[in-house]
Design a protein around this ligand. Structure first.
Ligand SMILES: Cc1ncc(COP(=O)(O)O)c(C=O)c1O
Length: 350
């Protein structure tokens, strides 16, 4: 595809985009049947027509991923660690008895979809990015509780702005949920839709309390921090340590993994993954943040639990110096402004 001056960017108000679906021109679709994937193709129809008995619809036999493409100052289109999304999708696929999507097929399909929707990739400096949603669903006729015989791998993209309202670094608040997100030996560590439906009510209740999101504690004791509704948690401790929960029930966030490396290697902090007892340790928190592809790094100003707000940093509305520094380093790498010393970026050839 020759995309030079012939492809004009869409006339969108990039700076005002929320985290919403915008229909773009192309999506990728491949089907697995009789034990193998077809080649897949780019299509324009955003509607998926599946059988009314499809296991994806009844038994949530589906998983998905989320990653972003950004435009660098020199016009390159950059993906952030897409190989890890491929790996994580395949872990979920195996857990739900779905066929794996070969890594080369995944990366190729992501690149094709981004390339075909080049006009929708937000320009450098707009504060927006192209969100990429790969998904794997069990389709085809079925009734009883058993795996599908056919699967669709689809990728759609949508230009998006910040997940939380304000642009850049938004300070958020979390409310501890009385509901559980996932069980220790359940599917909490996989990115499967089944984990998210139950979270809708928890999120609504958190928002009714004035928080942005629910914060889940471990389901056995309601004591240790698990994660937020759509993001992992990282905490700078007053003793200089930098910690994140170890839990079998949380999604292993690619953003978190990257932040832990940045904190250790560039801020020279002592990083640890360990159980974090919220009530016992909150007084020792210096700064806290939620992190993920959508949330990027969002400092947590205050948390609601035991019928009151607990302020984490300063007035509960300011960004602390450690989270600011990590945010600048992470976003700088993602946008191609800083040297990618880790080899995290993957350029989409246009
Ligand atoms: C439940 C949950 N935790 C954490 C994350 C963050 O993961 P990542 O950094 O890989 O986007 C997400 C979504 O992206 C999520 O849905």
């Amino acid at each position: 595809m020759n995309l030079d001056a012939k492809v004009n960017k869409k006339d969108l108000n990039w700076a005002e985009l929320g985290f919403r679906y915008h229909k773009t021109d192309f999506r990728f679709s491949a089907v697995h049947s009789n034990g193998k994937w077809n080649d897949g193709e780019l299509i324009s129809d955003e509607i998926i027509a599946v059988h009314e008995g499809a296991p994806a619809i009844h038994y949530a036999q589906q998983c998905f991923e989320g990653l972003k493409a950004q435009t660098a100052a020199d016009g390159r289109i950059l993906l952030f660690r897409p190989d890890l999304n491929s790996e994580r999708l395949n872990l979920a696929a195996s857990r739900l008895l779905m066929p794996e999507v070969p890594r080369a097929m995944f990366l190729n399909a992501v690149a094709q979809t981004v390339r075909a929707n080049y006009a929708w990739v937000p320009p450098y400096g707009s504060g927006a990015s192209l969100y990429i949603r790969p998904m794997l669903i069990g389709i085809g006729e079925n009734l009883g509780l058993k795996p599908a015989q056919q699967f669709e791998f689809r990728i759609f993209v949508s230009p998006v702005g910040p997940y939380y309202k304000e642009a850049g670094l938004a300070v958020i608040s979390l409310a501890v949920s009385e509901m559980d997100r996932a069980a220790p030996n359940g599917t909490g560590c996989f990115k499967v839709g089944a984990n998210y439906a139950g979270g809708l009510l928890a999120t609504r209740k958190a928002q009714e309390l004035g928080a942005n999101e629910a914060l889940y504690l471990d389901s056995a004791q309601h004591r240790y921090i698990d994660e937020a509704g759509s993001a992992n948690i990282v905490i700078a401790m007053k003793d200089g340590g930098f910690v994140t929960p170890s839990s079998k029930a949380i999604l292993p966030s690619i953003t978190r993994r990257s932040i832990m490396e940045i904190a250790a290697q560039q801020l020279h902090l002592q990083t640890t993954e360990r159980p974090i007892d919220l009530r016992a340790e909150v007084a020792d928190f210096s700064e806290m943040a939620a992190c993920g592809t959508a949330a990027v790094l969002s400092p947590v100003g205050k948390i609601w639990f035991d019928d009151q707000w607990h302020t984490i940093f300063a007035d509960g509305q300011s960004v602390g110096p450690i989270m600011q520094e990590i945010y600048d380093l992470l976003v700088g790498i993602q946008k191609g402004e800083l040297t990618d010393q880790y080899g995290w970026l993957h350029e989409v050839n246009i």
